[in-house]
Design a protein around this ligand. Structure first.
Ligand SMILES: Cc1ncc(COP(=O)(O)O)c(C=O)c1O
Length: 429
């Protein structure tokens, strides 16, 4: 969450817009994305990483939040794109993203997806496994192209985050372990395949990491692997991709992180290692997603039923829930909220904010203090919903997906229209 602003009507202001007026104009639930904030985050990456260190690249992890407009904003700010499916590649292409700035991820890219990305000249493939490497080689050969790849490796650390977003353990569905036969086999095959150009390695330790501990634990393991691979194959990487995972402030008690908190110590270690080992310093990539988009967004809901169970709790139900924000039910994610039309009133009554779905687990916030005079019909704003909400939304219970508006300096524009009942049956035969 970010520090919030309240106007003289006592309403929450976001991106310069009165959120109560937004709810009235566009309906609820409503995703609201602050364009200036997206740009400011990209600017911080440029100023404290890309411009500070030569040969660096930042690719935005599209999975956090991808729309055509978001792609255009991020592209204008000079970042490339991490994509993880044919659909993400397609959307970025449609938005006018140059394919060479795209990195294509995924632990099980289909043959169709590989062919689509190769045909469209996607810049880098992050190869997950030997089966995929072989398929990329076959498809690249058929199309008369050479594909540039980074191999995804797992350093075997258990990052300090939720199990479902921890990605660097030995027991991981992603990548190959950084030691042993499997590693040597995939590297050897990548080097030998004339349709493949091995650029280097990729490692993503996990997501929503609030300090650099895990990144700094993984880095020496990756660098040690670089040394071993150099000794064994005479191969020096021209690229090293450090992934994303930089955490954001969801709740009051957390601190915002700066990108430099992660990148400065990593760059120091990287530069030291390559100087010491007399190897050229590779181009360093980072792949932040949540850190750019998370606090760029809020979700507005209309308060429906309020049900007090004496001595236990007061349930406050909103007109959305797990279909527009599945993070609580997936990871036990925490959020903060405010009654947007009573934002100046002290928040001194505890509510349990729940969604409208037919699941007891459809809870948005277990315990949330709101203005005690909050009533049905009020507007509730949940903070920090910019990442992994719109992109993870579903139609569970046939609930149409919300509209998305972009706000910028007091002006709002509809960017994704609200889904209709008709939309939900469009593909049915
Ligand atoms: C390979 C890879 N890169 C980047 C990211 C982005 O992570 P975050 O949004 O935490 O920065 C992810 C997230 O799952 C990922 O798997």
């Amino acid at each position: 969450m970010r520090e919030y602003e309240v106007n003289n009507r006592g309403n929450l202001v976001f991106g310069g817009c009165d959120t109560v007026a937004l709810a009235k104009e566009y309906g609820t639930p409503l995703y609201v994305i602050d364009e200036e904030y997206l740009r400011a985050k990209c600017r911080e990456i440029r100023e404290t990483f890309l411009e500070k260190y030569p040969n660096t690249k930042a690719v935005y992890a599209s999975k956090a939040l991808q729309t055509l407009e978001v792609c255009r904003v991020i592209k204008e700010e000079g970042l490339g794109f991490d994509t993880v499916s044919g659909g993400e590649v397609f959307t970025a292409l449609k938005a006018g993203v140059e394919p060479e700035t795209m990195v294509f991820h995924g632990n099980n890219k289909t043959l169709d997806e590989i062919e689509f990305a190769v045909k469209n000249n996607v810049g880098r493939f992050v190869v997950d496994n030997e089966y995929e490497l072989e398929n990329i080689g076959i498809i690249a050969k058929k199309l008369g192209k050479t594909v540039k790849v980074q191999i995804r490796i797992t350093p075997g650390i258990d990052s300090h985050t939720h199990e479902y977003i921890s990605t660097a353990k030995i027991d991981s569905k992603f990548g190959v372990f950084c030691e042993g036969e499997t590693r040597d086999s995939i590297i050897g095959k990548a080097i030998d395949n004339p349709s493949i150009e091995l650029m280097g390695f990729h490692c993503h330790v996990g997501s929503q990491l609030m300090d650099n501990q895990d990144h700094m634990m993984a880095l020496p393991i990756v660098l040690n692997m670089v040394k071993e691979v150099n000794e064994r194959f005479g191969f020096a990487p021209s690229e090293l991709n450090l992934g994303g995972g930089f955490g954001i402030r969801y709740v009051d008690s957390e601190q915002e992180t700066r990108v430099a908190d992660f990148t400065d110590p990593m760059m120091e270690e990287i530069n030291g290692f390559f100087a010491e080992n007399k190897l050229p310093v590779p181009t360093i990539y980072i792949e932040p997603g949540r850190w750019i988009a998370g606090n760029a967004g809020i979700t507005l809901y209309t308060v429906g039923s309020i049900k007090e169970i004496k001595g236990i709790k007061t349930y406050l139900a909103v007109d959305g829930g797990m279909p527009d924000n599945p993070r609580k039910i997936l990871y036990g994610a925490e959020y903060e909220a405010v009654t947007a039309n009573r934002a100046a009133v002290p928040a001194n009554k505890q509510f349990s904010i729940v969604g409208k779905c037919c699941e007891s687990g459809d809870v948005l916030i277990d315990k949330c203090n709101l203005a005690e005079n909050t009533v049905s019909g009020d507007i509730l704003a949940v903070f920090a919903t910019g990442a992994y909400n719109y992109s993870m939304a579903s139609n569970y219970n046939r609930v149409p997906r919300p509209a998305l508006v972009m706000v910028k300096s007091g002006k709002a524009r509809l960017s994704v229209r609200r889904e209709t009942y008709e939309d939900m049956i469009l593909r049915e035969i």
